[in-house]
Design a protein around this ligand. Sequence first.
Ligand code: 8YV
Length: 315
Amino acid sequence: PNGKPHVLMMALLMPYLRDSLESKFNLLPLWEQSNKDEYLASVADCVRAVVTSTNSVVDAKLLEKLPKVEIVSSFSVGTDKVDVAYCKERGIAVTNTPDVLTDDCADLAIALLLTTMRQICSADRYVRKGCWPKQGDYPLSYKMSGKDLGIVGLGRIGKAVAKRAEAFGCKIKYYARSDKKDVPYEYYGSVLELAKNSDMLVVCCAFTKETAKIIDKRVLDALGPEGFLVNISRGGVVDEPELVKALLECRLGGAGLDVYENEPHVPQELWNMDNVVLLPHVASGTLDTRRAMADLVSGNLEAHFSGKPLFTPVT
Ligand code: 8YV
């Protein structure tokens, strides 16, 4: 009745975003509904936009129930949970939140390298548990500065990780679909070759059919018992059971993980390992960045409904 477009929000991502959307649109909160199918059927004829993130699946099955949808706006840079090909076919626009989260993600990748290699979290626990006076000096860890860093996926985030690692004197190498002519780093056409020539591997690529499980047993073994893996991409890029095995068998030096195959479930075998740092998918999780992401989500919707160009379309 107020003429504002109806926007279906999959999950409560951030009260700031909900409030912002509520002020501009008729917000339909799917996460609040106990019978989601019934609710979807009741709003099917008015939903013109869907707001989602990495925790919800927006596939053909859902979109088929919503014949009036014009745009899917994701509160994430990764769009692996959205059926982008189907959207394209139906002429549904898709937007994401790139750039604004690049710094935070790259910062966290470096933090994971340092915390894992220097065992910062475990050393902190050593002090808090009162071990220092009883057990003496903490065991030795691994140096990060000056080491060979392999970056898997040299997109916006990968490049930002490289820039930071340059300041640590690291030798930077990368794997990507193609050799980028605009960077001074060494290109490898295979992840295995990259791993063989790296002390540390940071995974920053998008999760696609091509990148699923590319960090497999052979790659982990190439990294070896003094090698370290950091993953800020998606859990599915790594063969997780093989990673757990490599760590249990001390075939890998350590791992710093922000993402997992079956979030929010983290393999319990890893919980007690001092050479592993486990974060709950927080790479973009600062107030500053999440606000900027929220502004992009609602900004894209406003642009769409006022016939202006989208800020960050997924093409
Ligand atoms: C999540 C992310 O979107 O941007 C991405 O692809 O994985 C994160 O920024 C964020 O956790 C909100 O769900």
